[in-house]
Design a protein around this ligand. Structure first.
Ligand SMILES: Cc1cc2nc3c(=O)[nH]c(=O)nc-3n(C[C@H](O)[C@H](O)[C@H](O)COP(=O)(O)OP(=O)(O)OC[C@H]3O[C@@H](n4cnc5c(N)ncnc54)[C@H](O)[C@@H]3O)c2cc1C
Length: 417
């Protein structure tokens, strides 16, 4: 007698949820797959939002999957539907609108939500935006043509993306950062200085150790008062103040959470038949040998594909050096492995060339290279990743820079016919 198909329920249709659903369907044609998300969109690429904001990518190009794809793959997608509660004993999720839905195996891929700016005047302030969702990006795109002055608050990647897009759109752009330089927990002062040079080259006005103290509505604009004397009347205010993981619905349950949902190296939680993937997964990373979270598209996509196999019984550890690569105005930045952000005790060495806007910082724990940041030239990136993942002992730290400077293995020309 044929047994009932397994019912997989996935909370969240971001990269982690959608690529998990895709892999489940590939490997189990009989599975019942239900995916629930509170947004109104099928999968769209958050990494494409900055280019859409800059005006160099069409709105349609941001979308990655459409409804037909879900129908074709027999994925029961419930949009604009929120999971309000999970009963791990009964193996049910409560949804709104709707009632209860049973699961055999559950994937938590709920990501995070942006922290709002909370200062006097910020409640329902017009033209004040976070930068996480398609809808708020559309609203910024609509506002830009009638804007001249933009203010951004945030010293990490979202702050950078907003600044870069506004400057690219030729707005007078003021970038406020609470810290003394960009990525203050991972970069040191020389690295911060290289980013400052790149921002100034792009025409950005920089304001370090400055924050927004108050906002005041003023004839269709926002008067921004800074904590250290900055003042501007802005047409647009963008903030990147980090994410809070969407784990509230698990409060009071047996599920172990910290900043995100804790998992082992198989992306399994402490509750039977429940996994987590993507931004929300605080997973045991076998490369850095610690729990941590990654906020990257590639990690979410790879987690999704990987967790699907484990949900089908594979039990393979997830092994990948965490990396974040991004543009940095007219240059590039790449963050690999563990930095002083996660391991404040990591020791580091740097090399800098201010004129060429090139910078390299290497992070060590004992005799191991555990992480690196490159700005400008990306030469040596592959070598860094190899060294981090191999966990090979390093006798002389300074020598790593020489290794990175070495030419990449030349490709032999094919012999003439
Ligand atoms: C502007 C921007 C630029 C970025 N740039 C880069 C980049 O250059 N490189 C890079 O690697 N990464 C970048 N990222 C990060 C990357 O996009 C994310 O790491 C990735 O998209 C996270 O995917 P996810 O599936 O884990 O979570 P999400 O995409 O956050 O998906 C989670 C979904 O679950 C939904 N949800 C949450 N709770 C519930 C609930 N209770 N019920 C129903 N639905 C729920 C949420 O609404 C959301 O739709 C960027 C992100 C942004 C916003």
């Amino acid at each position: 007698m044929a047994s009932d198909p397994t019912r997989f329920v996935i909370i969240g249709n971001g990269a982690a949820g959608t690529y998990a659903a895709e892999q489940l369907r590939k490997d189990d044609s009989a599975a019942e797959i239900v995916m629930i998300d509170d947004e109104k969109y099928t999968l769209y690429n958050r990494v494409s939002l900055p280019r859409y904001l800059r005006g160099v990518l069409l709105e349609q190009r941001v979308q990655v999957r459409d409804l037909e794809w879900h129908v074709k793959n027999r994925i029961d997608l419930r949009l604009e539907t929120r999971v309000t509660q999970v009963n791990f004993e009964e193996k049910t999720v409560s949804i709104e609108p709707g009632s209860e839905l049973g699961y055999d195996k559950l994937l938590i891929a709920t990501g995070g939500r942006p922290n709002p700016l909370r200062v006097p005047g910020s409640d329902n302030a017009p033209y004040l935006f976070n930068f996480q969702y398609f809808d708020e990006t559309k609203a910024m795109v609509a506002r830009i043509p009638e804007s001249k002055i933009a203010v951004v608050l945030g010293g990490s990647f979202i702050g950078y993306e907003l600044t870069e897009a506004f400057a690219y759109r030729k707005l007078e752009t003021h970038w406020l950062q609470r810290g003394p330089w960009f990525l203050r927990r991972s970069l040191d002062e020389p690295g911060g200085k290289v980013v400052s040079h790149l921002a100034e080259d792009a025409g950005v006005h920089l304001h370090y150790e400055e924050s927004i103290e108050t906002l005041e509505r003023n004839n269709g604009q926002l008067k921004v008062q800074g904590s250290k004397g900055f003042a501007a009347t802005a047409d647009l205010v963008g903030v990147g103040l980090g994410l809070t993981m969407n784990i509230d619905i698990f409060k009071g349950t047996a599920l172990q959470t910290k900043i995100g949902v804790l998992t082992n190296e198989f992306l399994e939680t402490n509750v039977p038949d429940v996994w987590a993937a993507g931004d929300v997964a605080e997973f045991y990373d076998v490369v850095s040998q610690r729990h941590h979270r990654m906020g990257t598209w590639d990690n979410s996509l790879n987690h999704g594909r990987h967790v699907a196999k484990n949900m089908l019984g594979a039990k393979q550890p997830y092994v990948e050096v965490p990396t974040y690569a991004s543009g940095m105005f007219n240059s590039n930045i790449s963050v690999m492995g563990v930095t002083t952000e996660e391991e404040p005790d990591a020791e580091s060495l740097y090399e800098v060339d201010y004129d060429a806007r090139n910078y390299k910082r290497l992070f060590f724990l004992g005799d191991k290279l555990v992480g690196a940041i490159l700005i400008g030239k990306m030469k040596g990136r592959k070598k860094v990743l190899e060294l981090i993942s191999s966990r090979a002992p390093i006798d002389e730290r300074q020598k790593v820079f020489e290794l990175l400077a070495m030419p990449e293995v030349p490709v032999k020309p094919a012999p003439a016919e």
